[in-house]
Write a new protein. Structure first.
Length: 389
């Protein structure tokens, strides 16, 4: 008799992880002295944790600190530091009691979704989108509702799109800067969306993990400034360059504080203690982190200047994060195959657009430019040679 397989077993793959594996295999197969693989597939900074963060962890281990469980919502000192960050950066008073330290942003999403939504609830989001939004919702029995966006709206949702939804969704996820397009909502746009959600009983979930990484004229703003009912997700992975430390946070509305705490107690107990110590120290590493950002800005400028000559001349307005979302419909209608051939022929790993949108994504790919600066500078030349430009 066949055994039952749960709903979660049907979750689609996060394709970028498959690309990582393929790029690793390609790099391992290269002969000695051959040019290496340029890694542009994953949003992982080429820099590690800032020195001050690593040193704080080392000191804690050297003195023999127990590093046991913390409270489910994290160290009180770290939560206070995050609250201070909102006051200093955004001028927003967020009490530490509404902040939950999580196992990365990836651990924050299921906590937020389970607390805010029920099985069968529809949650809207712009398409293209960060794949785990939809995959986690689906695994939890919720229904992603996609809002097809394009360059005309800078790949961001609009109130006009939301007003056409009938019936209204239970929730809306926004991301600014967003993944994969790197575009941002201006403060007045985020405020308008937050107000619309408040008037219509739609729970707003604002993904702000790329805050700190913006390059254009659009100012960063937090949904916490515009709504007391919104859920804000952030992380130490991107601006703070601490991907493997697995530390994120939630800013919660009052009605979800205890529900999320109970879920966190049961699902995760707490985020890693030593990583929380390092994260708290990372707030004192601004000079190093801003130097990292300057590297990304130089790589971004070089790619925006060099990619068009290689044939990648249809690029989304890249306000922030560290991604370029390229329309390659004039080169292929199969981005999965194109990225596989690009890895083999040019030695460049990129993420096919189908990871971010199954249908229209076949004509897009995403380049990440947070890797080693020299690699980013070399990428356009490799692509020109491969495509015979």
């Amino acid at each position: 008799m066949a055994l039952k397989v749960g709903r979660g077993a049907a979750a689609p793959p996060f394709l970028v992880m498959d690309v990582i594996a393929a790029a690793n295999a390609r790099a391992a197969a290269l002969p000695p002295g051959a040019p290496g693989v340029i890694r542009m597939e994953v949003g992982q900074p080429g820099t590690g944790a800032p020195r001050g963060a690593a040193e704080a962890a080392i000191r804690a281990l050297q003195v023999g600190a127990p590093m046991g469980y913390t409270e489910a919502f994290g160290l009180a000192s770290l939560r206070a530091r995050i609250a201070g960050h909102y006051a200093a950066k955004y001028g927003v008073a967020v009490p530490a009691s509404r902040i939950a330290v999580t196992v990365g942003a990836s651990g924050a999403f299921p906590l937020a979704f389970l607390a805010a939504f029920d099985v069968g609830d529809r949650v809207a989001m712009a398409a293209p989108f960060y794949p785990p939004y939809a995959n986690i919702l689906t695994a939890l029995g919720m229904v992603p509702q996609l809002l097809p966006c394009d360059a005309s709206t800078r790949f961001q949702p609009t109130i006009a799109m939301l007003e056409k939804l009938d019936p209204l969704p239970a929730g809306l996820i926004v991301a600014s800067p967003c993944n994969p397009a790197g575009t941002m909502l201006a403060p007045e746009e985020l405020r308008g969306i937050a107000d619309w959600c408040g008037r219509n009983g739609v729970r707003l979930v604002s993904d702000e993990i790329y805050h700190g990484l913006s390059y254009g004229s659009v100012a960063e703003s937090t949904a916490a400034a515009f709504s007391d009912s919104a859920i804000v997700v952030n992380s130490f992975s991107k601006y703070f360059s601490m991907t493997g430390w697995r530390i994120g946070w939630l800013v919660l509305p009052e009605d979800l504080v205890r529900p999320v705490e109970c879920l966190a107690q049961n699902m995760f107990i707490s985020a890693p203690h030593v990583a929380q110590v390092a994260a708290e120290a990372a707030f004192d590493c601004t000079e190093e982190l801003e130097a990292n950002k300057a590297r990304y800005a130089r790589a971004r400028a070089a790619l925006l200047a060099g990619l068009p000559a290689a044939g990648f001349d249809r690029i989304a307005q890249a306000d922030g994060a560290f991604y370029l979302w390229c329309d390659i419909g004039h080169l292929t209608n199969d981005s999965l195959d194109f990225c596989a051939r690009m890895l083999e022929g040019a030695g460049i790993a990129a993420t096919p657009g189908v990871d971010f949108e199954r249908d229209r994504g076949a004509r897009f790919l995403r380049f990440s430019y947070c890797g080693p600066e020299a690699d980013m500078m070399a990428a356009p030349g490799r692509l020109r040679e491969w495509l015979g430009r």
